[in-house]
Design a protein. Structure first.
Length: 211
């Protein structure tokens, strides 16, 4: 595990990226404030009064989690994130859960947002949903398109700096493997992996390049 001191430069880099994106994003982006259901804008992120329909604006905040807390999630699921992804989770609390790829013609990506007070919940849910893939070396961090299948790190092909390629696994193809109990079989899953980015760093800078 990387120490917090080792991660700090990456956290600052990713934080600046998200801040710049937020500064360009549509200021009218609004959501319902949280209502006790675990959804909506966490109260500390609320950034103004709600309108007549109950919607209100939100703001980006510094993250409220540490590398140690993220390591506990990794231990729970038996995975190790690339350092740049740990830095992303440590960088900011934000609610940008729908991003568009500049590289892939504004393709929608349902991304892992990081809401204050439940920063790791979106990531944990993805890990739970796609846990069988971990044995094959794939760890999910988003959804490609409108539920077209998980976007994953391929942790069997890490670089020397710990970063890893990012791939997409089509959910229809995965369904066939699931019925045969082969989601954890690397030889069965790997041929279905469609390359998206050479590194996680590359993915983040593509998706947060512009709103």
């Amino acid at each position: 595990m990387f120490s917090q001191a080792e991660l700090d430069p990456l956290v600052a880099e990713v934080g600046a990226l998200i801040d710049a994106y937020a500064g360009r994003a549509d200021p009218r982006l609004m959501m319902l404030p949280e209502d006790g259901s675990g959804r909506g804008i966490p109260r500390p992120m609320c950034d103004g009064p709600v309108d007549k329909d109950g919607w209100g604006p939100w703001k980006v905040l510094p993250s409220d989690v540490t590398a140690t807390q993220i390591a506990a999630v990794e231990d729970q699921f038996g995975v190790r994130f690339p350092p740049i992804w740990t830095a992303y989770l440590c960088a900011r609390c934000h609610l940008f859960n729908q991003l568009q790829s500049n590289r892939y013609d504004r393709q929608l990506v349902w991304f892992t947002d990081t809401p204050y007070g439940r920063n790791l919940v979106p990531q944990t849910r993805l890990l739970e949903t796609n846990a069988p893939l971990h044995r094959a070396g794939f760890v999910s961090i988003a959804q490609w398109g409108d539920g077209w299948g998980p976007v994953c790190f391929d942790l069997t092909r890490r670089r020397d700096d710990g970063d890893a390629p990012v791939v997409w696994l089509d959910h229809e193809m995965l369904a066939g493997l699931a019925s045969g109990g082969k989601l954890g079989d690397r030889t069965a899953v790997e041929p279905l992996a469609k390359p998206l980015y050479d590194t996680v760093h590359e993915m983040l800078w593509d998706l947060f390049k512009s709103p």
